[in-house]
Ligand binder design. Structure first.
Ligand code: PLP
Length: 423
């Protein structure tokens, strides 16, 4: 292992995505490794917001159909721009809602319990919001979540075993909802195999792509996944509260949206103002109300960068960054009791490294005081996400050196080992 700084600099010199870094607002004093919680702002995203603000200023109500990006078609246009990231046809993707509201919409649409099949299969490691949504959807159908929500257990507290999930795909399961990449350990689930096994048992399956979109490639159409949903403020750099996205396999087009609204309408019918919905014949049917135009705006700029860089190239660099980070941790921090708790191999490792340490909360505070932004996860986890579009190999090298200094000099002891409100 070459732990020399010059080696990091050489890696940066040979990085074919290096030019994207200057398109982001990054302070010279900061190393930002939290792009999997909130991606950084780019100049293109900023410009796109200004453009849409100007279309409001200039066109007022006519902005729905006039200007460079008519608002009425924006969700569909951005859906099309996101399609390559999930491996889908443009009409199978729509930018709308949030992760959690899209999950509500999709469960309301796809979960139709019968006497025999009335359970939802999920896992015990998923993000809480998904579990809350699944429980409330069951309750709305008069089903007790204690009996009807099955959560696959993890054997080690970090990862899920594909075979354990498959073993529980039994007769009583109607629907499966799992993450594409686990938010703590960064494990990538085998979406292709899980989908195949679910379908063999006549079970519908969907994935939460919050931590995988913009970080790893997907082939949702090829894998025949039924539906998926995600946020756009993590790896996609859409900004705080930017509008989420969903995918519905074209074989389900025409299915009645579980939560309907006038934006579920076929575009040409919407303004007929009839009380009988004529739903769109594509993923657009799963929109509900008026799009949050100013909160989708940044995506016009940021998704363009993904189109230019290509998700395959992004993934290649991301793997090299996380691999370099893990190797440096192994060789430089061996004395300090860190545990790398993400899967190490390229096939199942997502876009971040998950470190565990008993003093994690205050190590994060010490890092932040030095201008390095990690992500603390209760009770003892540190997520480090070197993002392909704006982080460098030198960032990774600096971070590990700083961790070494913090541990050697016990700088973390200046801080309380307790999390902040947002962590
Ligand atoms: C970030 C994240 C969410 C957040 O949901 P919002 O509705 O966007 O607030 C939900 N689920 C997972 C798995 C996430 O990573």
């Amino acid at each position: 292992m070459n732990t020399d700084k010059n080696y990091a600099i050489r890696l940066d010199q040979n990085d074919n995505l290096a030019s994207f870094r200057k398109e982001f607002y990054i302070s010279n004093e900061t190393i930002y490794l939290d792009g999997n919680s909130l991606g950084l702002m780019s100049k293109r995203a900023e410009t796109a917001v200004t453009t849409l603000m100007n279309s409001w200023k200039t066109y007022a109500i006519d902005g729905w159909t006039e200007g460079k990006h008519p608002w009425f078609y924006l969700s569909e246009k951005l859906g099309g721009m996101s399609a390559q990231l999930v491996g889908a046809k443009p009409e199978e993707v729509i930018i709308t809602g949030s992760t959690t509201t899209n999950l509500h919409q999709l469960v309301a649409t796809f979960f139709h319990p019968t006497n025999e099949k009335n359970k939802i299969l999920a896992d015990e490691l998923n993000f809480p919001s998904d579990i809350y949504a699944l429980k409330s959807q069951l309750q709305l159908k008069g089903l007790d979540p204690a009996d009807h929500l099955l959560q696959i257990k993890s054997k080690n507290g970090y990862t899920l075993d594909t075979q354990s999930i498959i073993d529980r795909m039994q007769e009583d399961v109607a629907l499966i909802v799992l993450p594409g990449v686990l938010y703590r350990s960064g494990q990538i689930l085998d979406m292709e195999r899980l989908t195949k096994e679910a379908h063999q048992r006549n079970i519908l399956i969907g994935f939460d792509l919050c931590h995988s979109i913009g970080s790893i490639p997907h082939q949702l159409s090829e894998w025949d996944v039924d539906f998926a949903f995600w946020c756009t403020y993590k790896h996609l750099n859409g900004g705080p509260g930017s509008v989420g996205g969903l995918y519905v396999n074209e074989k389900h087009f025409g299915k009645e949206p579980g939560l309907a609204g006038w934006f579920s309408s076929a575009k040409e019918k919407q303004f007929d103002m009839e009380h009988t919905l004529t739903a769109a014949e594509d993923a657009g049917a799963f929109q509900i109300g008026t799009p949050h135009v100013l909160s989708v705006a940044p995506l016009l700029g940021s998704l363009e960068m993904f189109e230019e860089a290509g998700i395959e190239e992004i993934r290649k660099k991301s793997l090299r960054l996380t691999n370099y980070l893990m190797q440096l941790i192994d060789s430089e921090l061996a004395d300090y009791h860190f545990k790398i708790a993400n899967p190490r191999d390229d096939k199942t490792r997502g876009g971040h490294v998950f470190l565990e340490h008993p003093e994690a909360a205050r190590i994060c505070k010490a890092l932040k005081a030095e201008g390095i932004v990690p992500d603390f996860r209760n009770p003892n986890g540190i997520r480090l996400a070197p993002v392909a579009l704006y982080n460098t190999f030198e960032d990774v090298w600096q971070t590990v050196q700083m961790l070494k200094t913090i541990m050697r000099e016990e700088r973390y002891k200046k801080y309380e080992n307790k999390r902040g409100v947002i962590a």
